[in-house]
Design a protein around this ligand. Structure first.
Ligand SMILES: Nc1nc2c(c(=O)[nH]1)N[C@H]1C(S)=C(S)[C@@H](COP(=O)(O)OP(=O)(O)OC[C@H]3O[C@@H](n4cnc5c(=O)[nH]c(N)nc54)[C@H](O)[C@@H]3O)O[C@H]1N2
Ligand SMILES: Nc1nc2c(c(=O)[nH]1)N[C@H]1C(S)=C(S)[C@@H](COP(=O)(O)OP(=O)(O)OC[C@H]3O[C@@H](n4cnc5c(=O)[nH]c(N)nc54)[C@H](O)[C@@H]3O)O[C@H]1N2
Ligand code: SF4
Ligand SMILES: [Mo]
Length: 564
């Protein structure tokens, strides 16, 4: 359906933010005049952040890209000339064919992230295209991969406490997250819990807005969170505050862990973390004695060399006290696993001619662009702005400035990265698209349908990669599917029982559809770890050459430019 007339229409916030708010957009004379929260959304209930309240300015911004462009001056100079889509697609497919023939398809690298969280925009036709091309793969490490890996070693998949349930908590620990700014509706639930007497503790390296709102702020040295969590475990075991029946039934390695944490007494942990030993004791007692404890694990503490282990170690804490058995107890790192869709049907890895294609870590794009053997010769950047956001910025800029690198950037605006492109393609905004949205925090799937006509010659990611796929001569059927075909396929995924009953028909009628959360009742009995239990001791980590028990590794001082 397309809403060509004026009125008030439902929409979804597309930004990389856990809340995935339901929006209402007000349209008059073909323009959005106001964006507000949709009060009908069961979780976000009409409240949105200031940034998205001003979304109309962005969508109708005079600097939006409206035509494909070809570079005419040196890279980075911003000299471009308009070209037609026909020319653009012809040139990109031609260059990709040449590069494939001369250097192999792995000389081409897609570079994308979640500038738009829509399943079709970033996990759909785009990936299908790069699979069919046989391009290098991109390891999407920039945001939360380290923490997710740590969480998964412990719990098996990206799923924890249901947000609505956290109102029942009597202790909420926000650990390395600035939720007042980055997950505002979790703050609403925490406030409700607080009205019933809950305490909010913030563990962070600086007094952020969330720390200012909390009951107790505990500052610690960066990257020392694992030591703090091990110190808490030391006290929980020492003082008999663990739930031993829970440990026996639902975990592996609790006896090993009990012995292991003897090495983390409060005095030692105080020295490592900078938190007074008495405060560590106090926090352990609060946690051990809480009836329903909830931990929000943010992203900040995993943006360190020891980030995966920080998250893994904190993820072990609720298992020590058995907090998982209480409604609202446990932890949330990401709830994205509950809404996972049929990736294979969307991205078609079966079309890939080279199953063993290399993978390049997006955090190391600066280095990757310097490779002398098997060099990266072509890039397609979309939904990401690496010249600004990727680490080692000068090196990244130098890489993008390479004259022999063929770069395409698809975006709504002339970003810093687009300035280095050979071809710039104008992207639609999400209000001009059909797409499917899950959330990595709440449990509602949402449908976006166009509220506006695309301005100028803007095209969606889905359209661009369909056009390119056909121009390359790939499987015509695979590159002719409609958005609605793709959504149906995404939702047809029996392997994820939480998707049960979520259909395109329901989404069209209801706009937001709750996942079937009934399988959560057996959550602890069905953890997809190798043992099926919460892995305090992880054989998989041991096999990967990592410490099998949560272990503190100090951060290295300085930056040596080469490490992972
Ligand atoms: N307004 C706004 N909202 C956003 C975004 C945005 O750009 N603007 N970006 C979105 C995205 S992509 C993401 S990933 C999320 C991120 O949102 P959050 O999960 O809140 O993560 P950050 O804000 O990166 O960092 C959270 C906190 O971690 C702290 N921190 C850093 N190192 C450590 C450490 O070693 N230990 C501990 N305990 N704390 C540490 C930082 O001081 C910071 O206060 O926000 C999303 N929401
Ligand atoms: N120094 C520092 N660096 C950081 C971080 C930090 O805290 N500090 N945080 C890191 C984290 S957690 C993250 S997630 C990354 C985020 O980094 P990015 O992924 O680069 O950030 P975004 O601004 O979300 O999106 C990038 C681009 O996507 C475009 N876009 C939006 N919708 C569409 C669409 O439908 N199609 C196309 N083609 N383009 C679209 C936007 O216009 C925008 O230019 O940054 C990381 N880098
Ligand atoms: S809080 Fe997050 S999801 Fe909600 S409108 Fe703001 S950016 Fe979008
Ligand atoms: Mo992120």
């Amino acid at each position: 359906m397309s809403y060509s007339g004026d009125g008030v229409f439902q929409a979804v916030c597309p930004l990389d933010c856990p809340d995935t708010c339901g929006l209402l957009v007000h349209k008059q004379n073909g323009k959005i005049i106001k964006v507000e929260g949709n009060p009908g959304h069961p979780v976000t209930k009409g409240a949105i952040c200031n940034k998205v309240r001003h979304m109309a300015e962005r969508v109708h911004h005079p600097e939006r890209l409206l035509q494909p462009l070809r570079r005419t001056g040196p890279k980075g100079s911003g000299s471009f000339t308009p070209i037609s889509w026909e020319e653009a697609i012809g040139e990109i497919s031609g260059r990709f064919k040449e590069l494939s023939a001369a250097h192999g398809p792995e000389s081409i690298l897609p570079y994308s992230f979640y500038g738009n969280m829509g399943v079709l925009s970033v996990d759909g036709m785009d990936r299908r295209f790069f699979n069919a091309l046989g391009a290098s793969r991109l390891e999407q490490s920039i945001c939360s991969a380290a923490g997710s890996a740590g969480w998964k070693y412990t719990m098996g998949f990206n799923g924890g406490t249901s947000p609505e349930d956290t109102v029942n908590a009597d202790l909420i620990i926000v650990w390395g997250g600035n939720i007042v700014s980055t997950n505002m509706h979790q703050v609403v639930y925490a406030e409700q819990a607080r009205k019933r007497g809950a305490k909010v503790v913030v563990i962070d390296v600086h007094r952020n807005r969330t720390a200012q709102w909390a009951d107790w702020f505990l500052p610690l040295y960066p990257g020392t969170d694992t030591a703090l969590a091990l110190g808490l475990m030391h006290i929980l075991f020492r003082d008999g505050m663990t739930d031993n029946a829970f440990l026996k039934r639902y975990t592996t390695g609790h006896e090993e862990l009990r012995g292991h944490v003897l090495a983390y007494p409060p005095e030692r942990v105080a020295e490592i973390t900078g938190i007074a030993a008495a405060d560590i004791e106090k926090l352990a007692k609060l946690y051990g004695e809480a009836k329903v404890s909830h931990i929000h694990i943010g992203n900040g503490l995993q943006h360190h060399d020891n980030g995966g282990m920080n998250v893994r170690t904190i993820a072990c804490l609720p298992a020590l006290t058995g907090a998982w058995l209480k409604t609202g107890g446990g932890a949330i790192k990401s709830n994205g696993g509950y809404s996972s869709t049929n990736d294979r049907a969307l991205t078609r890895p079966d079309l890939r001619p080279n199953r063993r294609a290399r993978t390049i870590n997006m955090n190391r794009i600066g280095e990757a662009l310097e490779l002398k053997e098997e060099p990266v010769m072509g890039m397609f950047v979309y939904c990401c702005n690496p010249v600004v956001v990727a680490p080692d910025a000068e090196r990244v800029r130098k890489g993008f400035a390479r004259e022999d690198l063929f770069t395409v950037v698809h975006d709504l605006f002339m970003t810093d990265t687009a300035l280095y492109a050979d071809i710039v393609l104008p992207a639609t905004s999400t209000l001009e698209n059909v797409d499917l949205y899950g959330s990595y925090w709440h449990h509602y799937m949402q449908l976006q349908e166009p509220v506006l006509d695309a301005p100028g010659e803007c095209k969606s990611n889905m359209e661009v990669f369909s056009l390119l796929g056909r121009a390359m001569g790939f499987d015509a059927e695979a590159f002719s599917e409609s958005e609605y075909d793709m959504i149906r396929k995404a939702l047809d995924y029996p392997r994820n029982p939480y998707l049960n009953g979520v259909t395109l028909e329901r989404l069209t009628a209801e706009r937001f559809v709750k996942l079937d959360m009934s399988p959560q009742a057996d959550y602890l009995d069905n953890l997809p770890t190798p043992s099926g239990k919460i892995e305090l001791y992880s054989k998989a980590m041991e096999l990967a050459g990592l410490p099998p028990l949560p272990t503190y590794t100090p951060l290295k001082e300085g930056y040596d430019g080469e490490r992972q």
